[in-house]
Design a protein around this ligand. Structure first.
Ligand SMILES: C=CC1=C(C)c2cc3[nH]c(cc4nc(cc5[nH]c(cc1n2)c(C)c5CCC(=O)O)C(CCC(=O)O)=C4C)c(C)c3C=C
Ligand SMILES: [Fe+2]
Ligand SMILES: [Fe+2]
Length: 351
């Protein structure tokens, strides 16, 4: 029997340092996130980062927390509930860090008699720190607890026409009545090293002006290419002219060189370049979360105005929007109705 596991990132249990600390420990001790040898990772994370960050992060979470819980988890649950109504196979929800855990999601499907699982990482663009870590942990759990299960993986959907249309429609709706000078596409950043590591050709990605626009098999897993492609396809659909939009990367940690240009640096320079009304969209996230609600809608908004900007619009993520939930359920139904599900590629899922 077939079933689906939707997987998002996850949040702490509450916006307090006591609950944020174990969440950050699980997150940052992940070898796909901080990809250095264990002892160095433990020294960096437990010896340095966790000494101060839980308090700072908890304060940020407290600003965006809802009565029902973390926005990311609450929104994911709402989306899950809608998708469940639209398909006729079991669908469970899990988080990579925190709860509901991946193990509980797989167990729930197993208890319903599911032995063919469509693993659905809720990330439009592929990154080892987001997607690979889900797939690796799921495989580890499968081997240990559910050896009879088969997995099929939903690949990054950064360029799938129905996803692009949902995103473009949402941007268009939110821009109604907002006379914007510029639309910024701000994606979650990753260290440049991660781009080189996921380059399957081991030679293509130079992280320069052209590699991501030159066709290559490496693009199947290149986060940077996939971000550019999402932006390119959305602006094409919306007819936004060159110069009226740009792309940046947000949420970097100190230490490494992360993908540039940096969102905060660019936003602060915009008012002196004549951009007074700025709209920001965050397509690396399908659900609003700390990084969109606090870092962009509060912090970047404030900084933009401090630097002379006038109006700032943070465009919400697709969240549990009806069109997006329909797209997700169509992909699921196409997979569940396919006669053979041994290996289903993205084209088939979107057929
Ligand atoms: C788009 C997917 C994501 C990638 C890729 C990603 C990489 C990445 N993240 C960190 C460090 C942190 N990220 C944090 C929050 C956070 N990250 C994502 C998504 C991706 N991260 C989301 C959806 C969220 C929000 C979670 C929520 O509960 O709302 C945090 C925690 C908050 C904080 O202390 O700032 C950290 C830390 C690294 C190091 C990384 C790539 C190496
Ligand atoms: Fe992150
Ligand atoms: Fe590239």
């Amino acid at each position: 029997m077939k079933g689906v596991l939707l997987v998002n990132l996850g949040s702490p249990e509450s916006p307090t340092p006591k609950d944020v600390k174990p969440y950050l420990d699980e997150f940052l001790m992940d070898k796909y996130v901080i990809d250095v040898p264990f002892l160095l990772r433990a020294l960096l994370v437990r010896g340095i980062i966790l000494q101060t960050r839980p308090k700072k992060s908890a304060a940020a979470y407290a600003k965006i927390w809802w009565d029902e819980g973390s926005p990311l988890v609450v929104i994911s649950k709402r989306m899950h509930a809608k998708v469940k109504q639209l398909v006729d196979i079991p669908v469970s929800l899990a988080m990579r860090y925190g709860n509901p855990s991946l193990l509980s999601g797989l167990q729930e499907l197993h208890d319903k008699g599911v032995n063919e699982v469509l693993l659905f990482p809720l990330y439009p663009q592929h990154a080892m720190a987001s997607t690979t870590t889900i797939l690796e942990l799921a495989e580890e759990l499968r081997k240990k607890y559910f050896p009879e299960m088969k997995f099929t993986i939903v690949p990054a959907f950064y360029n799938k026409p129905d996803y692009i249309k949902n995103l473009a429609d949402s941007i268009k709706d939110h821009l109604k009545g907002f006379d914007y000078d510029h639309l910024l596409f701000s994606y979650h950043g990753i260290p440049e090293r991660h781009i080189r590591k996921t380059d399957i050709t081991k030679s293509h990605c130079k992280i320069d002006g052209s590699c991501c626009n030159t066709p290559s098999p490496s693009h199947e897993f290149c986060y940077r290419h996939q971000c550019y492609e999402t932006t390119k396809q959305v602006v094409k659909l919306l007819g936004i002219p060159e110069g009226k939009y740009s792309q940046t990367f947000q949420s970097r940690l100190a230490g490494d060189k992360w993908l540039t240009p940096y969102t905060d640096v660019e936003i602060n320079k915009m008012p002196e370049r004549g951009i007074k009304n700025l709209a920001v969209v965050t397509p690396a996230f399908v659900s609003d979360c700390l990084e969109t609600l606090e870092e962009i809608a509060m912090e970047a908004n404030h900084q933009f105005k401090e630097h002379g900007g006038q109006e700032f619009l943070a465009i919400p993520c697709l969240n549990d929007g009806d069109d997006w939930c329909k797209t997700v359920s169509n992909w699921i139904s196409n997979w569940s109705n396919a006669s053979s599900s041994i290996k289903v590629d993205s084209e088939k899922i979107n057929a």
